[in-house]
Write a protein that binds this ligand. Structure first.
Ligand SMILES: [Zn+2]
Length: 336
């Protein structure tokens, strides 16, 4: 009897160990599960993928994870946010400003290294590349001594062409970052609720599609994580303030182990840095405050959830404005 009990106890113990191991394995399946990570940053996009026609965003992320209004840094300025997106800390910790990034180059001996630095540590021979329209990111945020290929072009069509050429030539990066700037440019020139702004946002979706297809044409998407993120949104006078419009930004993630899920409302645009390192199998540095959203990986791919529409009075107001702008343009077109 004693022996039977002891055998049974051992069996229970073995089984529970097995279950624990399986659970840990399951939750960790996506750590290092990707060969490549592609990050497409769209300056000033805010929540606009939900407001404009965006067939490319829709097809890429339909079965994946996204949130239109992830949190930005409390200071809704470009360098502060791109800095956090690339270094995993808040803007007060990294201290980047637009001026500092334009003026000062940055070496890897600086504090708060970028994800490119950690990728270089782990993959000494890998191809790492960053395409910028606003070249201050390549200049002042990504380190200048870790062999990252930095490509700067002054317009979004030229950036997109450079990316398409890059893949056509057979380059295969481990980590790629892209910054498109024409949406922010339209907001600064015409205002964040203007026809020109929404038109630039819709055009950004075309660039997004071209970039995605250039990667996919080389068969890379099957083992890649593809991320779209904005630094901030826009209001009538551009950005920099604390309105809901300015401090909301898209964060979308596609990949073979990504859940079809609405990302939690606590997600930040800076979480991109933790997600990218996790996918490539790089341990997150202890000082990072960015995190991999718990709901992003590890559940069944079959899981379906409700859409994640814009919420709250600010969202309703923005949708109203967008509809209003379209209506005015329609009427103006009739009398043209
Ligand atoms: Zn910006």
């Amino acid at each position: 009897m004693k022996k039977t009990v002891s055998v049974l106890l051992s069996l229970v113990l073995l089984l529970s160990c097995g279950v624990t191991a399986f659970a840990e394995g399951a939750s960790d399946d996506s750590f290092g599960a990707y060969e490549h990570v592609f990050i497409v940053g769209i300056d000033g996009m805010g929540t606009s993928f939900e407001l404009v026609d965006s067939p490319n965003f829709d097809r890429i992320f339909a079965d994946n994870a996204y949130r239109h209004d992830a949190h930005t840094e409390t200071l809704t300025v470009s360098a502060q946010n791109w800095g956090s997106i690339l270094t995993g800390v808040d803007y007060m910790t990294h201290g980047f400003t637009n001026g500092s990034c334009e003026e000062n180059e940055r070496g890897s001996d600086s504090p708060n290294n970028s994800i490119f630095y950690y990728a270089r540590q782990q993959f000494p021979d890998a191809e790492l590349v960053s395409f910028n329209n606003w070249d201050a990111i390549n200049h002042g945020i990504i380190e200048n001594d870790i062999n990252v290929r930095k490509i700067n072009r002054g317009t979004d069509p030229l950036v997109t062409d450079a990316i398409v050429n890059y893949f056509e030539k057979g380059n295969v990066p481990k980590l790629m970052f892209v910054q498109l700037d024409s949406v922010d440019h339209a907001a600064h020139t015409y205002g964040g609720f203007s026809k020109q702004y929404y038109s630039a946002a819709a055009k950004a979706d075309v660039f997004l599609g071209d970039i995605y297809d250039a990667i996919d044409a080389k068969g890379l998407m099957k083992n890649s994580l593809f991320i779209v993120v904005a630094d901030h949104g826009e209001t009538t006078n551009g950005h920099g303030g604390t309105t809901k419009e300015e401090s909301s930004a898209v964060l979308a993630v596609a990949g073979h182990s990504v859940n079809k899920v609405s990302l939690n409302e606590d997600v930040h645009n800076r979480d991109v840095s933790a997600i990218a390192l996790y996918a490539l199998g790089i341990e997150k540095p202890e000082h990072f405050i960015s995190a991999v959203p718990a709901e992003l990986f590890g559940e069944s791919r079959e899981k379906t959830v409700e859409e994640n529409p814009l919420q709250g009075a600010a969202r309703v107001w923005r949708k109203f404005l967008y509809t209003f702008v379209r209506l005015i343009n329609l009427i103006a077109g009739i009398f043209d």
